[in-house]
Design a protein around this ligand. Structure first.
Ligand code: C2E
Ligand code: CA
Ligand code: CA
Length: 809
C-alpha cells in the first residue's frame, strides 16, 4: 500500500482527488448553499415585494380587494387572503420549512380604518425545485468534475510516469551492464525530454569513461599478465588482492586460490613484515635497492630462489602494496655455473700463467743469452751497462767496458768448419768466464766478438789487470780435433766516466780501442781519442785526406829489400806518407785505416800504384832496376777495377808486370778467400808477383797458402824482431822459411833492424830481408844517394821474371 502511494500516478491521482474533494466540499458547503440561499432570498424578497405591491394595489382599491386577490391568486400566488386584524397562524415567513411548499407573507394592510393583514401564500415549489435542481446540478457538475479530474489525472499520471519508468528501466538495464541501452523516451513533455537527453549524454559519457577505464584496466591486466615477473598486489594487511599470470606460473597457484590470503604463504620466511621494516629502515636512503633474495614456496611445497621487491602506492582510498617477484633459479644456477667456471678459469689461468712464467723465463733467458756459449748477449750487456753507468754515476765510481775480438777466428771457422768454430767459441767463453770475477759480466756480442763489463773499478790498472788475465787465459793453445791452435785476442777498453758517460759512447769507444789493438797487434789498448776514427778530428781528417789526394800531399817513401845471397838491393817497398801542411809527415798507420773505412783507399791505391810505377819507370830509365812492391789492403783486393788499374798503370809507365810486386796480408786474403783468389789469379796471370805480407800474424796454414798463386812469403816483423830472444819465434821463422821453400815460395823477412838478425836469417836460408838495419824507408830522390853509400849493390839488370836463383831448394 505505501508502495502504491509512493507511485507517481497514485500520488497525482490522490492529490487530484484531495484537491477536488476539497473543492467539492467547498462547492457543496459554501457555494451551493449560498446559491440556494440566494434563490431563497430572491424568492423571499420577491414575495415580500410582491406582497407589498399587492397590498398597495389593494389599498388603492379597497372596494374590491377580493377580486383583486382573486386576480392575484391566479398568478404565482397560491393563496391570498385578508385577515382581520391579527396575523394568522398560517402566516409563515420561513421559506421551505414545514415542508408545505408555500411561503406565507403577512402584510399589514389598512383598508380605510380597518386594519388587515394580507396573507399571501407564494408557491415556493418552483424555487425549491430550482434550488434542488441547482444542488443537483452542482452535485452532478462536481461529480463529473471529480470524475473527469480523476480521469485526466489518472490518464496524465502514466503519461508523466511512463517516460520516467522507461528511463528508470533503461537505467536499470544500463546498470545491469547493457551499456548500449539508450536513455530515450517519446514524450511531448519537454522537461522529461531534456532530462532524458541529459541522462543519455551522461550515459554516453559514463560509457566512454567506462570503456576508457576498462581499456586501461584491460591494458594493465594484459601488462600484468604478460610480465615475466610475478605481480601481486596486497592490501594494507598484506592480503593478496591480485595475482597475475606470471605469479600463477611461478607459484603454481590459481589467482582465486590465493586472493584474500596472506602473502607470506608464498615464502618460507615472513616477507611482508620484514620487508615493511626494511622499507622503514631505508626510508632515509631511498636510493638503496629494495629487492631481496628470498626462498619462495610453490603450491606443491617445493622451494625456489626468488628476488622480491615491495613498493607501496598510497591513494585517497588507502595504500596498496605491489610485490614483484622474479624466479631467479636459473640465474642462481647460472651464477653458480659461472662461479665454478670462473674458478675453473682462474685455476687454469694460474696454471697457464705459471707455465707462461716458466716459458717466459726461458724465453727471457734465451732473449738475453747467447745460445752457443750461454753467456749474456748484447741486449743483456747493454742493459747491465746502462744499470752500471747509473750506479757508477750515483756512487761516483768508475767502470770499464772491454770489447774483444779473436784474432784468427774467421780463418779457423772457414778452414775447419763452423762446428770447430763453435767449439772454439765455447772454450773461449769458458776461459774468459773463469778468468774474471762473478760480478763481472762476460758477454758474447756475436761472431767472435766478446765483451766484459767491470761494473766497479777504482783505477784503470784494474781494467788493465783484467785484460791481461783474459789474454793470459787465451794463451794456452786450444785443442780442436786433436790439433792445437793459438788464438790471439784484441781487447779495447773504454772507461766510465773518462771516455763517455752513456753506454752507447762507451760501446763505440771500446770498439775503437779494440780496432786499434787489433791493428797494432798489442793485445789490449785503452781508448785514445786521437785514434778514434769517429772523433771530430778524424772526421776532419777524412776531408783533408780527400783533398790531400787531389793536392798531391801524399808522398811515397821507398824501403829497400835486399837479396841476402846476391847481397844486392833488388827491390823497394812503396810506403805512403802524408805530408800534412800543418801536422807534418803522417804515417800510414794513422790514415790507411781511415782510408779503408771511408772508401778513400781506392783512389789512394790507384795513386800509390801510379806513383810507384812512375818512379820505377824513372829508375828503369836511369838503369836502376828495382822490384816495386806495393801494399794492397783487403778493400783494394776486392775492388773489381783493381786489375784494370794495375794493367793500365803498368802499361802507362811501360813497366813489365814482373817488376811489380803486390803485398797482401794474410788476414786480407782470409776475409774473403774466394774473391781474393779471383783477384790474385788475375794478377798472377798478368805476371804480377804476389807476396803474403805480415805472415804469421793471421791464421793461415801453409797448406792453404799453397793453393794461392803467390811467389813470396813475408815473415812478420814481430817474429823477426823477437827471434833472437825468443826461441819460439826463432822456431817459427825457421820453420816458415823451410816450409815456404818446400812449397816453392821465396821468403823475405821484414823488420830486420840489427846485424845479428840479418845473420841469423842468412843462416836460416832466408832469401830476402828488409828492415831499418838494411835501409829505412826513404824518398825516391834519397835512394840513389843511399845506394851509393850502402854496402848493398843495386840491381842493374832489367827484371823480366821473378828470379828463382835465390830460392834455396
Ligand atoms: P808494412 O807493409 O808491414 O810495412 C812495413 C812497415 O814496417 C813500414 O811502416 C816500415 O817503415 C816498417 N819497418 C821497416 N823496417 C822496420 C824495422 O826494421 N823495424 C820496425 N819496427 N819497423 C820497420 P810504415 O811505413 O809506417 O807502414 C806501415 C804500414 O802501412 C805498412 O805495413 C802497410 O801495411 C801500410 N802501408 C804503407 N803504405 C801503404 C800503401 O801505400 N798502401 C797500403 N794499402 N798500405 C800501406
Ligand atoms: Ca808491406
Ligand atoms: Ca809487413
Amino acid at each position: 500500500m505505501p508502495e502504491l502511494l509512493n507511485r507517481f500516478t497514485s500520488r497525482i491521482v490522490l492529490a487530484e482527488l484531495t484537491i477536488h474533494l476539497f473543492l467539492m466540499v467547498l462547492l457543496l458547503l459554501l457555494v451551493i448553499p449560498r446559491i440556494e440561499n440566494n434563490y431563497r432570498q430572491q424568492f423571499i424578497n420577491h414575495a415580500y415585494i410582491d406582497a407589498q405591491r399587492t397590498a398597495g394595489l389593494i389599498a388603492q382599491e379597497p372596494e374590491r380587494p377580493y377580486q383583486l386577490i382573486d386576480a392575484l391568486n391566479n398568478g404565482d400566488l397560491v393563496h391570498a387572503e385578508l385577515v382581520h386584524p391579527a396575523p394568522d397562524s398560517r402566516s409563515d415567513p420561513a421559506f421551505g420549512d414545514n415542508n408545505d411548499s408555500v411561503f406565507y407573507v403577512a402584510t399589514p394592510l389598512s383598508l380605510g380604518a380597518t386594519k388587515y393583514t394580507l396573507h399571501i401564500a407564494y408557491d415556493e415549489r418552483p424555487t425549491s425545485q430550482l434550488i434542488a435542481d441547482t444542488r443537483n446540478a452542482g452535485f452532478i457538475i462536481a461529480a463529473i468534475y471529480l470524475l473527469s479530474a480523476t480521469l485526466i489525472t489518472s490518464l496524465l499520471g502514466p503519461v508523466l510516469s511512463r517516460p520516467l519508468q522507461q528511463l528508470s528501466a533503461a537505467a536499470r538495464k544500463i546498470a545491469a551492464g547493457l551499456s548500449t541501452e539508450r536513455l530515450e523516451v517519446r514524450t511531448p513533455i519537454i522537461e522529461i525530454n531534456t532530462l532524458a537527453t541529459d541522462l543519455e549524454h551522461m550515459r554516453r559519457e559514463l560509457v566512454n569513461q567506462g570503456e576508457a577505464l576498462s581499456a586501461r584496466e584491460a591494458r594493465i591486466r594484459a601488462i600484468m599478465d604478460n610480465v615475466v615477473d610475478a605481480l601481486i598486489t596486497l592490501d594494507e594487511q598484506g592480503l593478496i588482492q591480485s595475482f597475475n599470470l606470471a605469479a600463477e606460473r611461478i607459484f603454481g597457484y590459481d589467482a582465486k586460490e590465493v586472493v584474500g590470503q596472506d602473502i607470506d604463504m608464498l615464502f618460507t620466511s615472513p616477507f611482508y613484515s620484514s620487508y615493511k621494516a626494511r622499507i622503514q629502515k631505508n626510508a632515509a636512503s631511498p636510493d638503496q635497492p629494495q629487492s631481496l633474495e628470498i626462498l619462495g614456496r610453490r603450491k606443491d611445497g617445493s622451494t625456489f630462489n626468488l628476488e622480491a621487491s615491495l613498493s607501496e602506492m598510497c591513494q585517497i582510498e588507502g595504500c596498496l602494496s605491489i610485490v614483484v617477484c622474479r624466479d631467479i633459479t636459473d640465474r642462481k644456477q647460472s651464477e653458480m655455473e659461472l662461479k665454478s667456471l670462473q674458478e675453473d678459469l682462474e685455476r687454469r689461468v694460474i696454471k697457464r700463467t705459471r707455465e707462461l712464467a716458466t716459458v717466459n723465463k726461458e724465453l727471457q733467458h734465451q732473449a738475453l743469452h747467447d745460445a752457443l756459449t750461454e753467456l749474456p748477449n748484447r741486449a743483456l750487456l747493454q742493459d747491465r751497462l746502462q744499470q752500471a753507468t747509473r750506479t757508477a754515476k750515483r756512487d761516483g765510481h768508475a767502470l770499464a767496458l772491454m770489447l774483444m775480438d779473436l784474432d784468427r777466428f774467421k780463418e779457423i771457422n772457414d778452414t775447419l768448419g763452423h762446428h770447430y768454430g763453435d767449439l772454439l767459441l765455447q772454450q773461449v767463453a769458458v776461459r774468459m768466464r773463469s778468468a774474471l770475477r762473478d760480478s763481472d759480466t762476460v758477454a758474447r756480442l756475436g761472431g767472435d766478438e766478446f765483451a766484459v763489463l767491470l761494473p766497479i773499478i777504482q783505477h784503470r790498472d784494474q781494467a788493465e789487470h783484467a785484460a791481461k788475465k783474459i789474454i793470459e787465459a787465451m794463451s794456452p793453445p786450444f785443442s780442436l780435433e786433436g790439433q792445437q791452435f793459438h788464438v790471439g785476442i784484441s781487447i779495447g777498453i773504454a772507461l766510465y766516466p773518462k771516455d763517455g758517460e752513456e753506454s752507447v759512447h762507451l760501446m763505440r769507444r771500446a770498439d775503437v780501442a779494440m780496432y786499434v789493438a787489433k791493428r797494432s797487434q798489442i793485445g789490449y789498448t785503452f781508448y785514445d781519442p786521437s785514434q778514434d776514427l769517429h772523433s771530430v778530428s778524424r772526421l776532419a781528417m777524412v776531408g783533408e785526406l780527400r783533398r790531400a789526394l787531389e793536392a798531391a800531399q801524399l808522398k811515397l817513401h821507398y824501403q829497400p829489400t835486399a837479396d841476402l845471397r846476391k847481397h844486392q838491393i833488388t827491390g823497394v817497398e812503396a810506403l805512403v806518407r802524408w805530408d800534412h801542411p800543418q801536422k807534418g809527415s803522417i804515417m800510414p798507420d794513422e790514415f790507411i785505416p781511415l782510408a779503408e773505412h771511408t772508401g778513400l783507399i781506392k783512389p789512394l791505391t790507384v795513386f800509390v800504384l801510379n806513383e810507384a810505377l812512375h818512379q820505377a819507370h824513372l829508375w828503369n830509365n836511369s838503369g836502376l832496376y828495382l822490384r816495386m812492391a806495393v801494399n794492397l789492403s783487403a778493400r783494394s783486393l776486392h775492388d773489381p777495377d783493381l786489375v784494370t788499374h794495375v794493367a793500365s798503370s803498368l802499361d802507362r809507365w811501360n813497366i813489365p808486370a814482373e817488376q811489380l810486386q803486390m803485398e797482401i796480408t794474410e788476414s786480407a786474403i782470409m776475409e774473403d778467400p774466394i774473391r781474393a783468389m779471383t783477384t790474385l789469379t788475375k794478377l798472377h796471370r798478368m805476371g804480377v808477383k804476389l807476396s803474403i805480407d805480415d805472415f804469421g800474424t793471421g791464421y793461415s796454414s801453409l797448406m792453404y797458402l799453397k793453393q794461392l798463386p803467390v811467389e813470396e812469403i813475408k815473415i812478420d816483423k814481430s817474429f823477426v824482431k823477437d827471434m833472437l830472444i825468443n826461441n819460439e819465434d826463432k822456431v817459427i821463422v825457421r820453420s816458415t822459411i823451410d816450409l815456404a821453400h818446400n812449397m816453392g815460395h821465396q821468403v823475405i823477412a821484414e823488420g830486420v833492424d840489427n846485424e845479428a838478425a840479418l845473420e841469423l836469417l842468412r843462416e836460416m836460408g832466408c832469401d830476402l830481408a828488409q828492415g831499418y838495419y838494411i835501409g829505412t824507408p826513404m824518398t825516391a830522390s834519397a835512394l840513389p844517394g843511399w845506394l851509393k853509400h850502402t854496402s848493398w849493390k843495386p840491381n842493374t839488370t832489367p827484371i823480366t821474371d821473378f828470379s828463382r836463383d835465390s830460392i834455396a831448394v
